[in-house]
Design a protein around this ligand. Structure first.
Ligand SMILES: [Zn+2]
Length: 215
């Protein structure tokens, strides 16, 4: 059985969530996610977002995103905030998770969590910060997805994976050329769980948090 890949830019398949690239709407039957990455936001983002809203009605659209905050590569923060809120409302309405891209914007996430009433389930993808920053979000519906950085010795990601509640974990290949199997192997060593147990846990995690289930 193939392992569930929460977030990939590479392949469409029935055990992975393929992130549609910008202007891509040709869905070939697998699971996917749709959103406007902070790097791709322009002044006309609302027009592009209408298209995202349409695509997200497809039951194979399992998540909204990537969206989030990026103080290094993203445009003006006020623009990023508007776009993030629109994506978050969409995810909340559909009761599917949001894929969070976060670079030097931890404070913006905390501000959002503390002020917004209708917070969707948020999966923080490519997590690789210190554990205490993740812990600050545990009172909220925030989940964590870990990728290829787990293969590096003593990463922050590996540290947090060890401490993180098991029902908050996902794994992803993202845009790396590592196969998802290698990431499961690393994670299973860190967690002292078999790859099979881990796989079942992550599918259970997904089906618990989303209105759109995977089988
Ligand atoms: Zn990605």
């Amino acid at each position: 059985m193939p392992f569930f890949d929460f977030h990939t830019h590479h392949s469409q398949g029935f055990q992975s969530i393929y992130n549609l690239s910008e202007h891509e709407s040709n869905i070939q039957g697998g699971y996917f996610s749709a959103g406007i990455h902070p790097w791709n936001l322009t002044k006309n983002w609302e027009v592009a977002f209408e298209k995202i809203q349409e695509i997200s009605e497809n039951p194979n659209c399992l998540a909204v995103g990537e969206t989030g905050f990026d103080r290094i590569w993203g445009p003006d923060i006020s623009l990023q905030k508007k776009a993030f809120h629109a994506h978050a409302q969409l995810a909340y309405r559909l009761q599917i998770p949001l894929i969070l891209h976060l670079v030097k914007g931890h404070d913006l996430l905390i501000e959002y969590l503390k002020t917004e009433v209708r917070v969707p389930r948020i999966i923080w993808h490519g997590y690789n910060l210190k554990s205490h920053l993740a812990k600050q979000t545990l009172d909220f519906p925030v989940y964590f997805s870990f990728g290829k950085v787990l293969t590096q010795a003593d990463s922050n990601a590996a540290q947090w994976l060890q401490e993180c509640p098991k029902d908050r974990i996902f794994l992803e290949s993202d845009d790396s050329d590592l196969r998802i199997d290698s990431i499961y192997r690393e994670a299973s060593l860190i967690l002292q769980l078999s790859e099979e147990e881990l796989s079942q846990q992550l599918i259970k995690n997904w089906n618990h948090l989303s209105s759109r289930k995977i089988s």
